[in-house]
Design a protein around this ligand. Structure first.
Ligand code: AMP
Ligand code: ZN
Length: 468
């Protein structure tokens, strides 16, 4: 079946045609590992996970690379201010390496809790200084870059066209925010490829220009090329990356290889909180752990994200999470009831189910239309007849949803398990994962008080309803 994706490069939905149908090559801009990832950041990761899963649903193999920015991302996207890693290290009285390790671990813990697949390649900037330096040197040699007293800049006037991804209006924005930064720049929109380090700077490397460190954009051009080649299929990120980071990544790759590095550029929209921006001053910066601490299964948030297309703004509310939590419970209960169902399906039933499956497939292939796809998931979940064949179809859909429709391993239970118990079981799983045995025992006690015992098996926790 054809796949259609909205391409920011051409500003239209296009049929997806891979370079090599044996393997899709895809790159995602990963986090700057200097602070906790928010549920907003996670929305972007969920969108990227759905894309991977949809490609796999269509039978493709994937080679997906994601970077971790652990150097070079300055406080302002316009090459101004301190390095975010260095600033955070000073504030937390740690080394940049400790900061990177700490937040990288938390980031991957969130991905795991959201059942987000880890990309085949995870690459961090500080491990690719050599590749980045080579890239910058090649750009200088080809005349696309020049040295000033503070940095090596990319000269955008050397390109046939800039910008090509975003709608920056260079002429009218000359008086804009990024203009009066460095008088040595040849053009206001020239950006730093490599930055000369002040004497006491924490992260710096030897280079032909003395002790220095990379600019933010060069890592993605260098690592993308190293792991996926000069030209690959898909590049993804959050919508905020379009005008600076991705525009400049394209500029760098065009300078070095004469090519736009990816054919399809996909961008996820922002998550809003109660209709507005997430911000520290409004005290509405939520992390996944806030959702878990309120007793929700973290996959509730993933399912919540499917209520909105990835290219539209999504408004987060606790009421929305509460309602989605009930939906997740209903979905899992439908799976459980169908696994044990004994209804015979007629050929008409099978035909109906196959039609729903086709519609689900069409929806996910139509630029990842998850709200529409979910309507077909519910048609199956609410199918009048209860049969393992229905459960099998839900499990197939779950290869895209990744919300673990079959989550809790059950024993002797033929009725719906209250969500409260499922939440306790999930919290206990998390406690065990972090080897918090005291908490795990405490939760076991709570589960018992509510009439269930929990056994630990190789397959995970098994719930058993206590006889009265
Ligand atoms: P930041 O931590 O703000 O640097 O964000 C890292 C990446 O996460 C950004 O480039 C965005 O693509 C994405 N992101 C940040 N905030 C949100 C949000 N509220 N909704 C969706 N994606 C976001
Ligand atoms: Zn990037």
């Amino acid at each position: 079946m054809q796949i259609f994706l909205y391409n920011t490069l051409t500003k239209q939905k296009e049929e997806f045609k891979p370079i090599n149908s044996q393997e899709i090559r895809m790159y995602s801009c990963g986090p700057t590992v200097y602070k906790d990832a928010t549920i907003g950041n996670m929305r972007t990761n969920i969108f990227q996970d759905v894309l991977r899963r949809v490609l796999k649903y269509n039978g493709y193999k994937i080679k997906h690379a994601m970077n971790l920015t652990d150097v070079g991302h300055l406080v302002s996207d316009g090459d101004e201010g301190e390095d975010k890693m260095v600033k955070s290290a000073k504030e937390e009285n740690k080394t940049p390496l400790e900061i990177a390790e700490y937040y990288t671990k938390l980031f991957f813990q969130d991905l795991e809790r959201l059942n987000i697949e880890t990309p085949e390649i995870v690459c961090k900037a500080t491990a690719h200084i050599k590749e980045m330096l080579e890239f910058v040197e090649a750009l200088v040699e080809k005349g696309y870059a020049y040295e000033t007293s503070t940095a090596i800049y990319f000269d955008i006037s050397k390109l046939d066209k800039y910008p090509i991804l975003s709608n920056l209006d260079l002429e009218n924005q000359k008086a804009g925010a990024r203009v009066n930064i460095d008088t040595e720049k040849r053009n206001p929109y020239d950006f730093a490829l490599w930055i000369k380090a002040p004497a006491n700077h924490l992260m710096k490397w030897d280079s032909p220009w003395g002790p220095s460190y990379p600019g933010w954009h060069i890592e993605c051009s260098a690592m993308g090329q190293k792991y996926l080649g000069e030209q690959f299929d898909i590049h993804t990120g959050g919508i905020d990356l379009i005008p600076t980071h991705h525009e400049n990544e394209i500029a760098q790759s065009k300078g070095r290889c004469g090519k736009v590095p990816a054919n399809y550029w996909l961008h996820g929209e922002y998550l809003l909180i109660n209709g507005g921006k997430m911000s520290k001053s409004l005290k509405n910066v939520y992390l996944l752990k806030d959702i878990i601490e309120k007793g929700y299964d973290p996959l509730t948030y993933k399912l919540f994200c499917y209520s909105c297309h990835y290219r539209n703004k999504l408004n987060f509310t606790w009421e929305g999470i509460e309602a989605t939590s009930k939906s997740l419970e209903r979905l899992r209960n439908s799976y459980k009831i169908n696994v044990n169902g004994t209804d015979e399906l007629t050929s008409q039933d099978i035909e109906r189910l196959n039609k729903i499956e086709e519609n689900f497939h069409k929806a996910i292939n139509d630029d990842l239309n998850m709200p529409l796809a979910m309507s077909y998931v519910w048609e199956v979940a609410r199918f009048e007849k209860k049969s393992p064949k229905v459960a099998k179809m839900l499990a197939k859909f779950d290869t895209v949803l990744g919300v673990e429709v079959d989550k809790v391993v059950l024993d002797n239970i033929n009725e719906e398990i209250p969500q409260k118990i499922l939440n306790l079981v999930e919290q206990r799983r998390i406690a065990r994962e972090s080897k918090d045995w005291a908490k795990s025992d405490e939760l076991r006690g709570l589960i018992l008080q509510n009439g269930y015992t929990v056994k630990d098996t190789k397959e995970g926790q098994v719930l058993i309803k206590c006889s009265k």
